[in-house]
Design a protein around this ligand. Structure first.
Ligand SMILES: Nc1nc2c(ncn2[C@@H]2O[C@H](COP(=O)(O)OP(=O)(O)OP(=O)(O)O)[C@@H](O)[C@H]2O)c(=O)[nH]1
Ligand SMILES: [Mg+2]
Ligand SMILES: [Zn+2]
Length: 301
């Protein structure tokens, strides 16, 4: 604690008038109240705050530090929602089945991470239901484009040690469709399922309704509610192409310097797809993003 009674703390979960925070030099979370009408009514997990102890059992969030990176997404209703702050890693979680594998969304999230210079990871679940071959095929597609990919079975503990290693020192956010296993992974890494009265259960399933954070050594991991869709803001084709690293080299060999790799003649990117050097599912995602078509669930390669 500093002279002015302020203590630096990380936000782990946020409710309407209060937030769970954990001081940097403590391990137990404390419930802190938020000043009504203050800007920090919009706190999200990952935010770094200064908290003031005003009585033995009362803590108030005083100030919020500027965010280094916040994951902001547009909701169906056209509003924006901030999911987490100060993360340096986006851990995309995708189930191979149940719900069906949604590669269009995986590709958008990976592209989004590259666009914002945070590191993408891919965590594949439910290989026990989908089969190892299917899991390895998908993993190979993403490892080939330098996205670290793990096959996990959180309840059985499979892959959890490897994930803990991969996350060491990182500030990571779990993101993906509902039911893919984000909270299962979060719990397997030591996250608590329910944080006091800020959480509630949705529709009989253990659907996560608000984001929350677990500290992992010097880093942390944030669990978030499932998202139905994820769209990138509109971008010129050349920029979308840059977000698909496997297209960068072929793109230098297209006949036209401003080739969008759609219908242009002598396109080295489409040639690479035809020759199996670029995964058709990745190229399909590229096409959809350039065309502004919403992400549609589609089968793996
Ligand atoms: N068989 C199998 N089931 C899994 C695996 N991973 C997660 N599950 C199950 O999938 C269901 C959904 O998992 P959750 O962890 O709640 O999913 P979530 O991504 O947190 O879902 P939301 O909070 O709704 O976004 C649970 O019944 C898990 O036990 C896996 O690798 N194999
Ligand atoms: Mg959940
Ligand atoms: Zn081209």
């Amino acid at each position: 604690m500093t002279d002015d009674g302020l203590r630096r703390a990380r936000v782990i979960a946020v409710g309407r008038n209060a937030a769970w925070i954990v001081a940097e030099d403590e391990s137990e979370p404390r419930l802190a109240s938020l000043r009504k009408g203050a800007r920090h009514a919009m706190l999200v997990p990952g935010d770094l705050v200064e908290a003031k102890q005003i009585a033995d059992d009362r803590v108030v969030v005083d100030t919020v530090h500027p965010r280094s990176f916040a994951l902001v997404r547009r909701t169906g209703g056209g509003r924006v929602k901030t999911m987490a702050a100060n993360v340096d890693t986006i851990a995309v979680v995708a189930a191979l089945v149940e719900p069906p594998l949604h590669l269009a969304m995986v590709d958008r999230l990976v592209a989004f991470a590259l666009q914002h210079e945070v590191d993408p990871l891919l965590l594949l679940t439910k290989a026990d239901l989908a089969g190892e071959d299917a899991a390895e095929r998908v993993a190979a597609t993403y490892r080939a484009v330098d996205v670290p990919t793990l096959i996990l079975q959180p309840k059985a503990g499979r892959g959890i040690d490897g994930l803990r290693e991969l996350l060491a020192g990182r500030r990571a956010l779990l993101v993906g469709n509902s039911g893919v296993g984000k909270s299962s992974i979060f719990r397997a890494l030591g996250g608590i399922g329910v944080v006091g009265d800020l959480s509630r259960f949705g529709r009989g399933r253990q659907t996560t309704t608000s984001a929350r954070l677990v500290r992992l050594g010097a880093g942390f991991l944030i669990d978030s509610p499932g998202i139905g869709e994820f769209e990138l803001d509109p971008l010129p084709a050349a920029e979308v192409g840059w977000l698909f690293p496997e297209m960068r080299e072929p793109a230098t060999r297209c006949r036209f310097a401003d080739c969008r790799h759609l219908t242009e003649p002598d396109c080295a990117v489409r040639q690479a797809v035809a020759e199996g050097r670029i995964a058709p599912s990745r190229y399909a995602s590229y096409e959809e993003i350039v065309a502004g078509t919403p992400a549609a669930p589609r089968a793996a390669n």
